[in-house]
Design a protein around this ligand. Structure first.
Ligand SMILES: [Zn+2]
Length: 312
C-alpha cells in the first residue's frame, strides 16, 4: 500500500503539485484498491497494454481573439466588444502551460508615472479580470500623465479551466510565491500551521518557482512601476502596503489593512521593495460592480494617485 502511494505521488506530483498529490493520494489509494479488487472478481482480464486513462487535453494556443472568445463566455459583465477594445497583446512571458500573459499599455507623451494594474492572479476571481478589462477602456478615455500597463489575467491556466482554480497549473498560490525576507522558513510554516496545508494556498517549493510570479518580479526590476494595483475578490475591502499614505476608499470599498502574508505581492512590493501596492478586494468573485461603481473606483484611484504620487 505504501509503495502504491509513493508511485501515485510521483505520478500526481508534476501536474498537481505536492499539496494536491498529498490530498489525492490517501483518498485514491483505497478507492483504487477497491476498484481493482472488484474488477478482478467481476470483469474479464484487461488486455495487457490497454490505455486506461484519457490522453491529456491539448491546450489551444492563446491569442488575443481566442482569449476574448473564452472570456466573454465566462467573465461577468464582459462582452466581446469590451474585451476586443482592450487590444491585448502577448508580452514576453508565458504561463506554466505556455499561455502568453497578455497585456496592454496606455500612455501619453507626457506620461511621468508608471502604474502596473494586475487582475486574475487567483484564477477563480473572475471579477478581477473583468474589472481590469473595463479599466483599460476608462484609461483610454481619461487622459493623464500616467503610463498604464494592464495585465488582466496573470494566471490564465487557472482561470481558463472548466472549473477555474485559485492556484496556477502546478498548484501554487502565486500570491504567496514572492521572495519576502525569511520566505524559506515563514511561508511553509504559515501554510502548514495557519492554513492547515490548504492546497489552495500552497506557496510553492521555493520563492519565484513559477513563471507567472517570476515575470512579475522581473517586470518590477525592469520597468520600475511607481505603483502596483492588484485586483482580487471577494472580501469587499481595500488593502494597502507601501511608503505613502493609503487611499481611504475607492468607490464603495474602504481601507481595511488586513495584515501581511509571507510571500504575498503586497508584502514583497509594498513592505520590502517600497513600491506602493493597492490591493483591491471586490465584493464578489463572480459579479462585477455596476458600471457607475467601476467608473467611480477608477476616478478615486486617479485622484489618490494625483494627490499622493504627483500624477495629474
Ligand atoms: Zn485573490
Amino acid at each position: 500500500m505504501i509503495c502504491t502511494m509513493r508511485v501515485l505521488e510521483r505520478i500526481l506530483l508534476p501536474p498537481f503539485g505536492r499539496p494536491v498529490a498529498a490530498v489525492l493520494v490517501p483518498m485514491w489509494v483505497p478507492m483504487l484498491v477497491m476498484v481493482a479488487t472488484t474488477s478482478a472478481i467481476a470483469a474479464p482480464a484487461r488486455t495487457p497494454g490497454a490505455v486506461i486513462s484519457a490522453p491529456p487535453k491539448a491546450i489551444e494556443p492563446l491569442t488575443p481573439m481566442s482569449l476574448c472568445d473564452q472570456l466573454s463566455h465566462r467573465l461577468p459583465n464582459v462582452s466581446r466588444t469590451v474585451c476586443a477594445r482592450a487590444q491585448l497583446a502577448p508580452g514576453a512571458a508565458v504561463s506554466v502551460q505556455g499561455r502568453p500573459l497578455l497585456q496592454r499599455d496606455v500612455s501619453a507623451v507626457s506620461s511621468r508615472l508608471r502604474v502596473l494594474v494586475l487582475g486574475g492572479i487567483h484564477g477563480d476571481e473572475l471579477s478581477s479580470t473583468a474589472l481590469v478589462l473595463h479599466w483599460i477602456g476608462a484609461a483610454m478615455e481619461t487622459p493623464s500623465n500616467i503610463h498604464w500597463r494592464f495585465v488582466p489575467l496573470m494566471n490564465p491556466d487557472g482561470m481558463l479551466l472548466d472549473k477555474p482554480t485559485r492556484t496556477n497549473a502546478r498548484g501554487v498560490d502565486l500570491n504567496r510565491n514572492f521572495p519576502t525576507p525569511g520566505w524559506d522558513k515563514e511561508a511553509p510554516a504559515y501554510w502548514s500551521k495557519r492554513t492547515r496545508s490548504d492546497p489552495r494556498r500552497y506557496p510553492g517549493p521555493k520563492p519565484l518557482s513559477e513563471p507567472e510570479s517570476r515575470w512579475l518580479h522581473d517586470e518590477m526590476e525592469r520597468w520600475k512601476p511607481d505603483l502596483i494595483v492588484s485586483v482580487h475578490a471577494p472580501y469587499g475591502v481595500l488593502d494597502f502596503d507601501g511608503p505613502t499614505v493609503a487611499p481611504q476608499r475607492l468607490g464603495r470599498l474602504y481601507l481595511d489593512q488586513v495584515g501581511i502574508f509571507p510571500g504575498s505581492l503586497g508584502n514583497y512590493g509594498g513592505v520590502h521593495k517600497k513600491v506602493p501596492v493597492v490591493t483591491i478586494e471586490l465584493p464578489s468573485a463572480l459579479r462585477t460592480p455596476q458600471e457607475a461603481e467601476i467608473r467611480q473606483m477608477w476616478l478615486d484611484l486617479l485622484r489618490w494617485t494625483a494627490e499622493r504620487l504627483g500624477a495629474g
